[in-house]
Design a protein around this ligand. Structure first.
Ligand code: ADP
Ligand code: MG
Length: 262
């Protein structure tokens, strides 16, 4: 990892967007101290959608917060797009987060008084991007998630699925190296859940981006390139699903044929 190219990507393996080694995290204090993560290592590759599954309390949110530079680990190292995240002070960590991370939450976290475009622009404003560019980038991101016709709509006038797509657009607009999602389909009905997963898998196909989504929802499996299982603060499973994308394509083709045949 010593030799970096000027864009910060490790020249040894530029497809590794995130590299976490031996992450330990202790939460709480005194008698209430909990070892939420007990030595987690993982790499995320550009072009892949990885799912993180595990029971409640297994450490999923804690891990996502550390990978997303919201929390600092108690021990271990995190490298994002070639930049070390551990050992940074809060300000430097936040700057790294703004440069490289996009977050999507179960509860969307949109501002009710801002329309879709303004919600996305707000995330760009805090990055110091000029107003004219924030307008163009917000519009492009909303088109990318299929909401080009909803630029001026307010959250209260959108379905849960549409609101979550605005949240995905907001994360995308920052051009993240790593997109992290914490149970992004948990509040959605089946159809909207599938639409959001489809969108995340499409976003992951971008060869400069890795996507990691925490999920309990077995319907999301079909969209995954890889499924990680976590239990009691440790990764206990890592399964690659090489044919998944092909299968989805085959299903789509069958559906289209069926439609074409009436
Ligand atoms: P998950 O997202 O998989 O449900 P979390 O990462 O939220 O799990 O929590 C992992 C463990 O850490 C749990 O045992 C939880 O009770 C504990 N925990 C989470 N946050 C705190 C905190 N602020 N203080 C003490 N313990 C915590
Ligand atoms: Mg959680």
């Amino acid at each position: 990892h010593q030799d970096r190219s000027s864009d910060g990507i490790c020249p040894m393996n530029p497809s590794i967007m995130l590299d976490a080694v031996d992450i330990v995290k202790e939460l709480g204090q005194g008698a209430g101290k909990v070892r939420a993560l007990k030595g987690v290592s993982l790499e995320l590759k550009a072009g892949e959608l990885t799912l993180l599954m595990g029971p409640s309390g297994s450490g999923k949110t804690t891990l996502l917060s550390i990978l997303g530079c919201i929390l600092a680990p108690s021990a271990g190292s995190v490298t994002i797009a070639g930049e070390r995240a551990d050992g940074l002070d809060a300000e430097a960590l936040a700057a790294l987060r703004r440069r490289h991370i996009g977050f999507v939450f179960q509860s969307y976290n949109l501002f009710p008084t801002l329309n879709a475009s303004e919600n996305v622009r707000l995330a760009l404003d805090v990055r110091g991007i000029k107003a004219a560019e924030t307008i163009a980038r917000a519009e492009a991101a909303l088109r990318e998630v299929g909401l080009g016709h909803r630029l001026k709509s307010y959250p209260r006038n959108m379905s849960g699925g549409e609101q979550q797509r605005v949240a995905v657009a907001r994360a995308l607009a920052g051009r993240p190296s790593v997109l992290l999602a914490d149970e992004p389909t948990a509040a959605l009905d089946s159809e909207n859940g599938h639409a959001v997963m489809q969108l995340l898998s499409q976003i992951a196909k971008d060869q400069s981006r890795a996507v990691l989504a925490v999920t309990h929802d077995p319907r999301t499996h079909a969209y995954a390139d890889r499924i990680l299982k976590i239990e009691d603060g440790l990764i206990i499973g890592d399964e690659r699903r090489a044919e998944t994308r092909e299968n989805i394509t085959k299903i789509d083709v069958k559906k289209k044929k069926r439609k074409a045949n009436g």
